[in-house]
Design a protein around this ligand. Structure first.
Ligand code: NAD
Length: 444
């Protein structure tokens, strides 16, 4: 099939590339000329495991092209995906200006019937409103369908190729059938292709993200409780997870959720409820717990150093909002960095992929280290904010040698509490009673 994807970001680039890989002719469109120029020359604007090989291969084989020219890019397409950003607006709701702008542009240049599919996460009613707006602006026939995206950054290619399910919101069976044909290569092992109304499809995406965010805030609140009562959240997790009604997934305590989806989607649902006069008490609590959780690690660090971080050097491992991505949007590590800088600490930071994005924000205010051990040199403590695999089994002897004091604040419970204590570290995890050999001595 001939496909166009408008918006070549984390979602659009993966979508376009994976569809090209299954034999379709795909044009990815973006308004940012530098991004498109780079892609034309094989420069991948984001880090996503496995993506660059796929882009290069499909580009070379002529199935994947990039352009800023929306009219030409979608000219021959039968299906046009919209994957532009829908960030949080000033009122907490989703900012749909990107969707409306694309709708206007598409209607203006529409010359033949097409299926327009909204991939972006949008509030209930957006598909219907887009269809109405476009119908006022063009005489050419078109359909609008919803097809929310569920991929996880860091595992996006795998998620796209083996989706748990594909959700399509379409009023006409013929539209759903065309989308089924497009996705058939990814549905081979009887993966569900679920057709529903556009409203239900739009809502499905928000409900999924809200439930996942709820699990995270729930376990974080329980972890904090464990800590003050001397229980260990890891044991508690095992104790509850074997109950099949509960399970283990998404119940890891940490420094709060971040990224470009959960925070804004939870707030968009609060806004959706409030605009219809309904309370959204659960989601408001989930958001509140998460905001507080982003400060927990800083409070532990401040307490350990007796309230004074001026001229202390803190090493941070992991800056992206989660491992295997370079995405730092709403990353909890950014909140931690801001608090530590404000308290007067010097920071030596390391992340396998996100350093360039962090440097673009903080410039010379941080010391950027290409290697994890480099960040530890002359540091008073190490903080782990993101659980990259390469942090899981480091050489602890080297770490003890490099750190000025063997103190670790492990925001992701990467290490084993008993082992770290035996090795001589003062180790603070999440939801596990801290083993602290005492507050750090004051600097002379
Ligand atoms: N990132 C994820 O993991 C993820 C997962 C599921 C759903 N989503 C949803 O998918 C949507 C896109 O997210 P993303 O992370 O890919 O965003 P992104 O910011 O990475 O990419 C959006 C792209 O759209 C482009 N764009 C904006 N307006 C345009 C226009 N008028 N014409 C052409 N291009 C335009 C931008 O330049 C940018 O490259 C959002 O609604 C998001 O909530 C994201």
């Amino acid at each position: 099939m001939k496909i166009a994807v408008i918006g070549t970001g984390y979602v659009g680039l993966v979508q376009g590339t994976c569809l090209a890989e299954s034999g379709n002719d795909v044009v990815c469109i973006d308004k940012v000329a530098a991004k498109i120029e780079g892609l034309k020359h094989g420069k991948i604007p984001i880090y996503e495991p496995g993506l660059s090989e796929l882009v290069h291969r499909n580009q070379r084989d002529g199935r994947l092209a990039f352009t800023t020219d929306l009219a030409r890019g979608m000219e021959e397409a039968e299906i046009v995906f919209i994957a532009v950003g829908t960030p949080q607006g000033d009122d907490g709701g989703a900012d749909l200006s990107g969707i409306w702008a694309v709708g206007r542009q598409v209607a203006e240049v529409l010359r033949s019937p097409k299926i327009i599919v909204i991939k972006s996460t949008v509030p209930v009613g957006t598909n219907a409103e887009l269809a109405r707006g476009m119908a006022d602006a063009t005489k050419v026939a078109f359909d609008v369908a919803s097809n929310p995206e569920f991929l996880k950054e860091g595992a996006a290619i795998e998620d796209f190729n083996k989706p748990d399910r594909i959700v399509v919101g379409a009023r006409k069976p013929a539209v759903a059938e065309r989308l089924h044909a497009l996705y058939a290569p990814f549905l081979r092992t009887d993966r569900p292709f679920l057709v529903m109304s556009p409203e239900s499809a739009e809502m499905t995406k928000y409900v999924a993200n809200c439930l996942l965010a709820t699990k995270i805030s729930f376990i974080n609140e329980m972890a904090n409780l464990c800590e003050v009562y001397g229980a260990d959240i890891n044991d508690v997790r095992r104790g509850i997870g074997h109950d099949q009604r509960i399970g283990f997934h998404f119940l890891h305590p940490g420094v709060g959720y971040g990224g470009s989806c959960f925070p804004k989607d939870v707030r968009a649902v609060i806004h959706m409820a409030q605009s219809r006069g309904l309370p959204a008490r659960m989601m408001a609590a989930v958001d509140e717990v998460n905001e507080a959780q982003k400060n927990v690690l800083f409070q532990k660090i401040e307490t350990h150093f007796s309230g004074s971080l001026r001229d202390r050097t803190i090493a941070i491992w992991g800056l992206a909002f989660k491992p295997r991505t370079d995405d730092i949007r709403e990353a909890p590590a950014m909140v931690l960095i801001n608090s530590l800088l404000e308290a007067g600490a010097d920071l030596r930071v390391h992340d396998p992929e996100a350093l360039a994005n962090v440097r673009a924000i903080y410039g010379e205010r941080l010391t950027y280290c290409d290697r994890p051990y480099g960040a530890l040199e002359q540091a008073d403590a190490l903080v782990i904010a993101t659980e990259w695999n390469e942090f899981r089994n480091p050489d602890f002897e080297i770490m003890i040698r490099l750190l000025r004091q063997p103190v670790i604040f492990d925001g992701r419970n990467v290490f084993d509490l008993a082992r770290m204590t035996a090795l001589g570290f003062t180790y603070h995890g999440m939801g596990r009673a801290a083993v602290d050999s005492g507050s750090a001595p004051k600097r002379q």
